[in-house]
Design a protein around this ligand. Structure first.
Ligand code: CUA
Length: 186
C-alpha cells in the first residue's frame, strides 16, 4: 500500500475495515471476559467434578443412602439437596426446596448415565455412575417445576422424571425444624 498512490476510496475502505476489526475484536474480548467471569463466579467446571463414589455400595453406606437423600439445611443457612438417579426414577421423586436460598445440588447415578435438569431454570447436569455431580443455584420465587431425565438411559427413559416444589423460605425452615431430610414425597 505504501508503494503506490492511495486512491481516496481505498483509505476509506481501510478505515472502515479497521473499524469493523475493532468491533469484532471488542465482541470477542467481551465473550472471553464473559466466559472468564462465569467460570470464576460459579467456580464452574464441567458439571461432573472429579469427586468419585463407588456406585456398587451407594445404597449401603455413605452420602447417598436413602435416609440421607432430599433437602437438608446447613449451618450457614444454605440448603443441600441430595438426589440419586437410577433406571428409571430419581430419589426422592418429589423434591422440596426453599425460594431465595443458596442451594447446592449433589447427585449421582447408581447404574448408567442420567440427565438432571429442572425446567425453566439453569440447573442442568449429567449424572455419571462413579462420580458426584455438583450444581449451585438459587430459586427467586416459589413455584412448581418438572425435572426430566434428559440423557437417554434405556427403555424407561421417557418416563423418568421428578417433581420440584419451591416453597416459601419461612415455610421450608418450619418444616425443616422437625425433619432432618425434606422432600414432598407423600
Ligand atoms: Cu434416566 Cu434418561
Amino acid at each position: 500500500m505504501a508503494t503506490h498512490d492511495t486512491h481516496p476510496s481505498e483509505s476509506v475502505a481501510v478505515a472502515a475495515e479497521r473499524r469493523w476489526g475493532m468491533v469484532v475484536g471488542a465482541v470477542i474480548l467481551f465473550l472471553l471476559c464473559m466466559m472468564g467471569y462465569m467460570s470464576l463466579h460459579w467456580a464452574s467446571m464441567p458439571p461432573v467434578r472429579t469427586e468419585t463414589i463407588d456406585p456398587s455400595t451407594l445404597h449401603i453406606a455413605g452420602e447417598f443412602v436413602e435416609t440421607n437423600l432430599g433437602s437438608a439445611v446447613e449451618n450457614d443457612g444454605s440448603v443441600t439437596l441430595r438426589v440419586l438417579a437410577n433406571q428409571y426414577s430419581f430419589t426422592p421423586q418429589c423434591i422440596l426446596l426453599p425460594a431465595d436460598t443458596p442451594i447446592r445440588v449433589r447427585a449421582t447415578a447408581a447404574d448408567v448415565v442420567h440427565g438432571f435438569s429442572i425446567d425453566r431454570t439453569n440447573v442442568n447436569m449429567m449424572l455419571v455412575p462413579g462420580y458426584i455431580s455438583n450444581f449451585r443455584t438459587r430459586f427467586s420465587e416459589p413455584g412448581e417445576h418438572v425435572m426430566p431425565c434428559h440423557e437417554f438411559c434405556g427403555t424407561g427413559h421417557a418416563a423418568m422424571w421428578a417433581h420440584v416444589q419451591i416453597i416459601d423460605k419461612a415455610d421450608f425452615l418450619r418444616r425443616a425444624a422437625t425433619s432432618r431430610r425434606l422432600s414432598c414425597v407423600e
